[in-house]
Every structure is written in C-alpha cells, then in structure tokens.
Design a protein around this ligand. Structure first.
Ligand SMILES: [Fe+2]
Length: 370
C-alpha cells in the first residue's frame, strides 16, 4: 500500500482504503479499480492524496512472462539457424526439412502467442540485422497469411519464402549492405541484384517449390511496375511476393540502420498505407486488421496524460489495444508499469490521443529498458 497524489493516479490502479466523505458516508469502496472517470471525480471532490495498492502483476502479464523465454528461445533459434544456412551460402545444400520444421514452430507460436511474438519482433538491435530481419519478416508474413486464411500448406510455403527472401544479400559485400553514406549508382545496381542471387542460391540447393522461388524473386516488385528485378505489375506479381513486400518494408522501417533512424510502428504502418500504388490493397487491409491502428511496440499518449506502450491487439477494436502505462501524467516512471486493456468497458473514457514521435519514443524506450 502507498500514498499517491491524485494528480499522479493512473487508470488501472486499485484503491487500498475506502474513501469517505467528511460526514463518514462511503464514496468509493476499497479494492475499486480506478478509471479516468473516477480519477476526475476524485479531483472534483477535492481529494489530494489516496492510498493505493502496489500495482499487482496481472494474470496475463504472468502468463506471458511464463511463455516469453520459450518464444524468445524459438525466435533466437530461427535467427541462429538462418544465419548458419545463409552464411554457408553456396558451399552447402540447404536443409529444407530443418527450415520447414522451424517455420512450423513459428506458425504454431503465431496461433498461440501472437502478441508475445510481435512484441519480441519489435525489439530491435543493430546486431544480426539481416538474420533477425528475415525472421521477423517470416513472422509478419505468416500473420498476414493467417488473416488472409491461406491453407496450411500455403502458409508454410509463404513462411519459407519470407525467411529466405533476402538470401542473396549474403553475396553482397558488407561495405555496400551496411554503408552509412548514400549508395553510388553502381552500388545500388549491385543491391538490386539480390533477388537474382537469392534465386540462384535456392535453385542450386534444390528442394523449393515454384511458389517459394517466385515469392523470393518478386518481393521487390511493386504494383505500379516501379519495382525490380523485372518491373512487373499488379496481378503479374505472385501472392507470396506481394505479402513478403509488405512485411519486408514494415520491418525495415521499424529497424534502426546505420544510414537512418527507425520509424515508429505507427509511422511505418502509415507509410505503407500511404502508398497503395506500390502494395496490394487487400494485403494492406489484412495487415492493418492484424496489426491494428496502433501496432504493438507503439508508444502512445493517453487523454489522461499518461504515456503507454501498445502490447496487445484486440481483434475488431483497432483503436483500443492493450497497453502498459509506463509514465504517469507528471512524466514519472511507474514501477511496475500498469497493464490495462482499453477494450474493457471500465476504461471507456481512456483513449489514445496521439503516438509519440521517434525521438520521444526512443527516450522512453531507453528509460524503461534500464
Ligand atoms: Fe530484399
């Protein structure tokens, strides 16, 4: 139990003592979960401080914390094995059974723990960019595939295409791939060859279907024909190529690179939606319906003045995700943070007012990760 100023109360906190009027009449029972409406009333009634319970760790937080290490280990395993296979490049045949098994594991994790997996894939570091990127693209592509109700077989093939989509990048020198300065026309030409390189490597190895090969080869083609390597348009681009394109651009935008800062997940989604001439509109719609308006990982400001991070999506309620409130309205760090689900009726008066700009989000990210 602790004393908290009413100005620092946060929806989701729990009253530890009954609140009484001066004449002893009960106003609010102890154990009541505070809502934005109730906090406003407390201010109106002239309360300055109230006793609150130490925020309990929610059951969902506990459940997610229990599965997170296994999911993180599965994610790391995919990154590691992919690194191993991709780094071996032309010298080794690809173990397609191993890859299919990993894709199957990821696919079942998506069924069980999409939010945990998405939270994990939004944690970005500079290490291992290529291999964690392709793993995240596989996760995102399969999430889209599920939304589009692809068959089980298609779903696995899509995952494989997404995981291998940038295989050819391993043939490109790091001095070009990781360059922090703008690329010269020749260097850019070399980058644009990576779909061809990927295709060669996969054909050399063998064991991949035509659908996987095309998905890999066409992931930089764009609806209006402005993409590469062939500049094909619209319906001529295969489904896997179009899905991987959306997942690839989204993950690239939210990842920090040497030559640019990362975008917030919200801005990355806005960026995709602002370019319907480049990406398939049905796929964009599916992506938005599974990522919601405020994708997991977005930092948001609430109407109540607090700052929170989006940690879960409520299907069918794109504006009302699950959030974890990290800062109170005075900008003080809450320890532990408070998890609330904006979809629950008691939080109807709490809503997301705005998303934070990259710089501000970065500062908060540093603060909470300490
Ligand atoms: Fe690529």
């Amino acid at each position: 139990m602790k004393l908290a100023q009413v100005s620092a109360l946060v929806p989701g906190m729990i009253l530890a003592k009954d609140l009484l009027q001066r004449n002893g009449i009960l106003l609010v029972n102890k154990g009541t979960v505070l809502t934005a409406e109730l906090i406003t009333k407390l201010k109106f009634w002239g309360f300055y401080e109230v006793e609150i319970e130490e925020p309990p760790i929610s059951l969902k937080d506990q459940q997610e914390a229990a599965v997170a290490p296994q999911i993180a280990a599965a994610h790391d395993r995919v990154v590691g094995i992919t690194e191993n296979i991709m780094s071996a490049g032309e010298s080794k045949d690809i173990d397609t059974n191993l890859l299919r098994g990993m894709i199957g594991d990821l696919d079942s994790q998506i069924d069980l723990n999409t939010n945990v997996l998405l939270n994990l894939s939004h944690i970005k570091t500079h290490d291992n960019y290529l291999f964690s990127h392709v793993t995240n693209v596989a996760i995102l592509a399969m999430i889209i595939g599920k939304e589009m109700k692809l068959s089980e077989v298609e779903q696995k093939e899509l995952g494989l295409a997404a995981l291998l989509h940038d295989f050819g990048m391993t043939r490109i020198s790091n001095s070009i791939y990781d360059k922090s300065q703008p690329l010269s026309p020749d260097e850019w030409m070399e980058i644009k060859r990576h779909p061809d390189y990927s295709m060669e490597l996969l054909k050399q190895s063998g064991g991949f279907s035509e659908a996987v090969l095309r998905g890999v080869y066409e992931h930089h083609e764009r609806i209006d024909g402005s993409g590469y390597p062939k500049g094909i348009k619209g319906q001529d681009i295969c489904l896997f190529g179009k899905i991987v394109a959306v997942a690839d651009v989204y993950d690239a935008c939210i990842s920090p690179r040497k030559h640019r800062k990362r975008m917030t997940p919200y801005d990355a989604l806005k960026n995709l939606l602002g370019q319907p001439h480049l990406f398939d509109i049905q796929i964009l719609k599916s992506f938005v319906s599974c990522m919601a308006i405020y994708p997991i990982g977005s930092f948001v400001k609430l109407n109540t003045g607090q700052t929170a991070k989006v940690i879960g999506i409520n299907h069918g309620a794109p504006f009302r995700p699950e959030i974890r409130i990290y800062l109170d309205q005075n900008g003080e760090l809450l320890k532990p943070p408070i998890r609330i689900n904006l979809f629950e009726p008691q939080y109807i008066q709490t809503y997301i007012q705005t998303t934070l700009e990259s710089q501000e989000a970065e500062e908060i990210f540093d603060l909470i990760e300490k």
